[in-house]
Each structure stands twice: as C-alpha cells, then as structure tokens.
Design a protein around this ligand. Structure first.
Ligand code: NAD
Ligand code: ZN
Length: 276
C-alpha cells in the first residue's frame, strides 16, 4: 500500500479535527436529529438517483407524476410493481434486495443508543436504518418493504396483505381502501403522520447531522435550514458541496460510512465534561 504523503496526512488530520469537533457538538447538544439521503446507502451498493453512477444519469428521469398515474389506474401500477418494465426500477429493486447496512447506518444506530441521536429522519426507502437498529426512525419517503393504505395510512408487512395478481389492487383489511406500496411516489404527499412527527423533532433540534443528501427535495431540504434559523448547529457529511453547505457549521467531506464511524469513535471517547 502506498504511503500517504505529508499533504494527504495534513488533510486527514484537519478532517479528523473537524470530526472531533462535530462529535463534541453532538455530545453537547440537547436534541440531535439526523437527516439522511441516498448518498448514505451508496456504500451499501444502492445507487443514488442523481450524479455520477446515479440511476437517472444512466436511465433518464422517470415520469414525475407516478402517484397520479397510480390513482388513475391502480391495477396497472400494481402490475408494473409485480413485473417492473422500467430499467431504472429493476436496477433499484435488485440493489435494494442485495443491500446490507454499512458502517454509517450502524454508527447512527449506536449514537441513538448512546443518547446522542434523538431521532433519525431518512429520505431513503431501503430499510437499512431499521436493519441497523435505529428505533426513532421517520421514513418520510416510506419503506419499500411495506404496503400502505391510501385512505387510512395503515402500514402492512407484505405477508399481511394477500396480493392476487388476478384481482388488483389489493384492499385494506381495515377500511377497504386501495393498498399501494409504502414508498412515496413522485407527486404524492408525504404521509401526514410522519411529516407531523418530523416537524416535532426538527422543532426541538439544536443540532442536526445531515448525511448523503443533495438537499434538493422538499420538505426534507427545509428541515436543516429551519433549525439553523433558530441558531442550531448544522453538521453536513457529504463528499461534495451541496445547497446546504453555506449554512453548515461544519462540513465533513468524505463518504458517510467512514465519517460517521469516526464521529462515533470520537463521541465515545469524548471527555466527561462534554457529555450531557
Ligand atoms: P440524491 O441522489 O439527490 O443525492 C445524493 C447525495 O449523496 C449527493 O449530495 C452526493 O454528493 C452524496 N453522496 C454520494 N456518495 C456518498 C457517500 N458515499 N456518502 C455520503 N454522501 C454521498 O439523494 P437525496 O438527496 O436522498 O434525494 C433523492 C431521493 O431519491 C430521496 O428522496 C430518496 O427517496 C430517493 N432514493 C432513495 C434511495 C435509497 O433508499 N437508498 C436510493 C435512490 C434514491
Ligand atoms: Zn385503510
């Protein structure tokens, strides 16, 4: 293995100092909320939508009225779900089926166990935060493993709903409403129960860890800015600059798995004085 140059060492030492400072903020804050996006799951083998290697970069943007299409013809939408024709949907499905939580998902779950992450809001649908053990998890774009009634918003595990390919769409056992997948489609409102809890958590946050999101999709992109306006500390973890970068107190440049693992180590080792 090639030895790191002095310049690289200097860069890593500066990054490590910034990570240590971030860990100090996380330990000292009253209410830390994490917000994650597709970038955190890149190291688990799930491509993001945008940017190099992104699904849309490779396959083109899908129609932006997926929810309206579902409501117009739920039967056709279910048939597409059972047998996806769109290449990007097939690629995403294969990646989701194979993915396992990475060091970043595990570090966030551990920070929660340590009392250093009160809530985790994710835009990801991949289920990896649940698999990693995060408990107070708000999946604003849903979870690809679950189904949801469009009328009463009840969520169901797939085994709770009988899906008969000859009698689509399936119906809600509670209210007979149409059942769709829990994933929030383009053009679909965020389920109000989750959104309300997000606003509650963001309203209490004095520190936010924003990891692997381009911060272009609303309302999630608004959460950190709302907290910063109240004087909270925004810590961004992303290999690249984003639209949130100018508002961040600390920008930790690098992959989410590596940086969060190091942040966790610093948080565990932080002197007693910096704990709550
Ligand atoms: P995005 O695709 O718009 O942006 C991804 C961001 O992650 C970029 O800023 C990029 O610089 C950064 N990134 C790339 N590699 C990274 C790494 N190793 N570590 C940390 N950051 C890295 O993603 P978004 O902002 O989450 O918005 C896209 C929408 O697409 C989301 O709402 C989500 O629902 C959906 N989506 C979800 C998944 C998933 O569940 N894993 C995958 C693709 C898309
Ligand atoms: Zn229902």
């Amino acid at each position: 293995m090639a030895k790191a140059s002095t310049a690289e060492f200097g860069v890593d030492a500066a990054l490590d100092a910034a990570i240590a400072a971030a860990a100090g903020h996380v330990r000292g804050a009253r209410h830390v909320v994490a917000l994650t996006g597709a970038g955190l799951s890149v190291e688990s083998g799930i491509p993001p939508f945008r940017g190099p290697g992104g699904l849309w970069t490779r396959y083109g943007e899908p129609p932006m009225d997926g929810y309206q299409r579902f409501l117009r013809d739920p039967r056709a939408a279910w048939q597409e779900r059972l047998h996806p024709k769109a290449a990007w949907a097939r690629a995403l499905r294969e990646a989701l089926a194979a993915a396992k939580p990475n060091a970043g998902h595990l570090a966030l779950a551990e920070l929660e166990r340590l009392g250093c992450c009160a809530a985790l809001i994710t835009q990801n649908v991949d289920d990896l935060h649940r698999q990693a053990g995060s408990r107070n998890l708000l999946e604003i774009h849903g979870n690809h493993r679950l189904l949801r009634c469009v009328e009463c918003t009840a969520r169901f595990a797939p085994e709770q709903i009988a899906v008969d390919p000859d009698d689509l769409p399936p119906r809600c056992p509670r209210c007979d409403g149409i059942v769709k997948d829990d994933t929030v489609h383009f053009g679909e409102p965020i389920p109000p129960d989750v959104l309300r809890r997000c606003y509650e958590e963001v309203g209490r946050a004095d520190c936010m860890l924003v990891v692997g999101t381009s911060a272009t999709v609303y309302p999630a992109a608004e959460f950190p800015l709302e907290m910063v306006r109240r004087g909270g500390c925004l810590i961004e973890i992303n290999p690249d600059d984003t639209e949130l970068t100018p508002a961040a107190s600390l920008s930790l440049r690098g992959p989410g798995g590596d940086i969060l693992e190091r942040l966790l180590q610093h948080a565990v080792q932080a002197p007693e004085g910096s704990t709550r």
